[in-house]
Design a protein around this ligand. Sequence first.
Ligand code: NAD
Length: 251
Amino acid sequence: MTITRTAVVTGAARGIGAVVARRLADDGFPVAVLDLDEGVCKPVVDQIEAAGGRALAVGVDVADEEAVAAAVERVAAELGEPTVLVNNAGIIRDNLLFKMTVADWDAVMNVHLRGSFLMSRAVQGYMTKAGFGRIVNLSSTSALGNRGQVNYAAAKAGLQGFTKTLALELGKFGVTANAIAPGFIESEMTAATAERMGIPFEDFKAGAAQQIPVARTGTPADVAHAVSFFVSEGAGFVSGQVLYVAGGPKA
Ligand code: NAD
């Protein structure tokens, strides 16, 4: 008998999250596509349905406790009880320490850390009940330190500790938790960074590629491939790990 596992991907309206959502749908999961606004999730849902999959668009701010609870309940009722969660929603508010505002510090902590905590807490009951669960958190090579990203680096390093602790607490229920730490991935987020720096995106990518051993920048599909592995049935003995998807051994 094949068991249908329902997946939730946050920040899935665009970028890495959208590609992860489509990949998991291709892998056979019904996928809840979560992002700030339900309308912006619709194109991803339409693409999944056009390819023969099942998906649901849900608008939610992952940092909002009540909204998260309502969103997860809706997924359970309309798509299926979620046993796969990809905490992908993210923002950057870069600045050097001496110029960083408390608002920019808090905004980044809230989306990445509070958001991943709230989402994980909201779905874990379905996972433990099913005796199966897969949580994947999006960290970053910035966790190792990145100039101008004191808030983001702290949040992404924090997610690694969060992941390892989830692995310890939930392992006995058949739930694994792992983190993926991408390097430079082509997305709206990195395009916005290039724009802010006044560099054409193609030049920005070419410059980054020179520092990467495989001599290219990453794509959302590179990350989705790693997610696909971590959430697979066969990856049940892999937990608490941080996988750097960065084209080489170092950030
Ligand atoms: P992106 O900006 O293209 O997409 C992020 C998505 O998250 C957006 O659709 C946005 O609306 C959504 N989002 C933001 N705040 C939210 C909230 N409070 N609630 C719900 N949704 C919210 O970014 P991306 O490049 O696709 O990055 C995805 C993840 O991967 C992020 O966690 C990011 O930090 C991480 N990451 C990206 C790179 C990269 O090079 N692009 C590298 C390492 C890690």
